[in-house]
Write a protein that binds this ligand. Structure first.
Ligand code: BES
Ligand code: ZN
Ligand code: ZN
Length: 503
């Protein structure tokens, strides 16, 4: 059962309103500023509350400037939030607006929240249903906690009711239910990314994938160490060999609806820990590297989401699960490795392990023809330096998909900026001894070069999108998400696929 419900105005009288700890009223600034303000409020909340509210707004000098919110306690158990709609209806800003408006309800720990969308225009109400559902969904996230924090208080799990005009029901229901499913998928990414590395080992991660696959009826396949050796996945194994556990491998999940016409493949970097290997990370740079598996969590969560939403395409997800450890068996710079594709790679820096693991995983994932492959990876520090942690960096081997990347980022509120992949970016990867260098350490643009490197390992010239997850972590959260671990990727990818379908 979902945490949200869509109500139509005919089945809700003001008598029902008492059960809500918070009522959010998104209103146009022109409504707030108009002489009929009390009338507008009255149609939503009844005359008594309306009068009380408009007096409170006046007393507190609430002008209703675009984007401003005012929370008024109308009874000991109820707050009403007057939320002046922003002028700019860009998804990212709207998510932030909804987070601020709903935040007043969260502050008073309202377990039932109502958002009344009857004063918003058509289209606006759909967008608002989406963002408020996303915000409440994100708030329901339960992070992993150990020790005292684990059994402190009972979790806060707010519920959302959306009130709207009858003729808009189908559209609102669609927007809200998609958003709730995306929120659930995003929360799974956040949770997996926050798990400590002694909890999420290669072995336990693979088991979690197996369990989740079972729940959603997905086919589960595991290319374990031995299988990958037989296949000749030297690039993946070069990274994996530093760990004596031999528990690394590639998980492949498959969702197969009846009579699917097209196939979509998600791929993800799943480094359960990145020490850097023998090029060990120094200073503070290692701290936090348990979340170097975030890309795989996005790929995993996306295929689960596809099953939930009953996509008509068949979908696969390939997760490159490994541990970049330091040991006397770890791979070293100057080694030459033969990858699954047969291409040889000159190792330059063992900390560029993500592209090694992904090279073989992309190659394996595209052995069978697919119509679209999207990979997600916390691949380069250079992407963070280039674009920061509020946007992700996107790449594609197709021009039309490059445009789609930017549009989907804008419309989902998970923003992605597109970077170029022209041929000359590959010049610096030329090797004297092997088919390609792994990376180039002399002041280039490693995020672009890493993407260029990955492109070499895709079979059949498959349409491909690569997302370097620079926004996987942002201090203070991002958009509707309040934690540093943002779970970035699900809303973006879900919108991307929608747009890709109608290309
Ligand atoms: N996992 C890191 C990239 C990373 C760093 C992601 C910080 C998020 C935050 C990756 O494996 C890495 O270490 N890349 C190196 C590549 C370099 C050696 C060419 C980097 O960016 O320093
Ligand atoms: Zn690394
Ligand atoms: Zn890494």
């Amino acid at each position: 059962m979902s945490y949200h419900k869509v109500l139509t105005s005919t089945n809700t009288s003001s008598a029902h309103l008492v059960s809500y700890g918070a009522i959010i009223l998104p209103l146009h600034p022109k409504h707030i500023k108009s002489k009929d303000f009390t009338k507008v409020l009255s149609s939503s909340l009844g005359a008594k509350t309306a009068q009380y509210l408009s007096a409170a707004a006046k007393a507190r000098q609430f002008k209703g400037e675009a984007g401003q919110c005012l929370a008024v306690d109308v009874s000991p158990t109820q707050s009403v939030v007057l939320a002046a709609l922003p002028e700019n209806f860009m998804a990212f800003d709207l998510l932030g607006f909804a987070r601020a408006a709903a935040g007043h309800g969260f502050e008073v720990k309202a377990t039932k929240i109502l958002v009344d969308l009857r004063n918003a225009g058509p289209n606006e109400d759909e967008l608002l249903a989406d963002v408020f559902t996303a915000v409440v969904g994100a708030k329901r996230y339960q992070p992993p906690r150990y020790g005292e924090g684990a059994n402190k208080s009972k979790p806060y799990l707010p519920k959302l009711d959306i009130l709207q005009a009858q003729e808009r029901t189908d559209r609102i229901k669609f927007a809200a239910s998609r958003s709730a499913n995306e929120a659930e998928a995003t929360n799974l990414v956040r949770y997996l990314a926050e798990l400590p590395p002694n909890e999420l080992t290669c072995k336990s991660y693979v088991e979690r994938c197996r369990e989740l696959a079972k729940v959603r009826n997905l086919q589960f396949e595991f290319f374990n160490y031995g299988k990958l050796e037989k296949l000749g996945a030297g690039a993946f194994l070069a990274v994996a060999q530093g760990s004596s556990h031999r528990d690394a491998g590639i998980v492949a999940l498959h969702y197969k609806p009846k009579s699917a016409q097209r196939h979509i493949t998600f791929v993800g970097k799943g480094l359960v820990y990145d020490t850097g290997g023998v090029n060990i990370k120094t200073g503070n740079y290692m701290f936090g590297m348990h979340s170097d598996m975030t890309g795989s969590a996005v790929a995993l969560s996306m295929i689960l989401h596809a099953a939930t939403e009953q996509w008509t395409e068949s979908v696969s997800a390939y997760l490159a699960i490994a541990d970049n450890a330091v040991s006397n068996t770890a791979y070293r710079p100057n080694e030459v490795i033969t990858s699954l594709s047969g291409k040889t790679i000159e190792i330059v820096n063992t900390d560029a392990e993500g592209r090694m693991a992904l090279a073989d995983t992309l190659c394996l994932a595209t052995k069978e023809k697919t119509d679209l492959v999207m990979d997600f990876a916390t691949l380069t520090g250079s992407a963070v330096r280039a674009i920061g942690t509020r946007y992700c960096a996107g790449y594609s081997n197709r021009n039309n998909l490059r445009d789609l990347i930017v549009k989907s980022g804008r419309e989902s509120g998970e923003r992605v900026w597109s970077f170029p992949l022209d041929e000359d970016f590959g010049d610096c990867l030329k090797s004297d001894i092997a088919d390609t260098k792994q990376c180039n350490l002399s002041g280039g643009v490693d995020h672009i070069e890493a993407a260029y490197f990955l492109k070499k390992f895709i079979n059949h010239d498959t349409p491909w999108v690569h997302i370097d997850l620079s926004a996987a972590e942002n201090d203070g959260g991002l958009g509707h998400v309040e934690t540093k671990t943002t779970g970035f990727g699900i809303r973006f990818a879900s919108r991307f696929v929608e747009k890709w379908r109608s290309l």
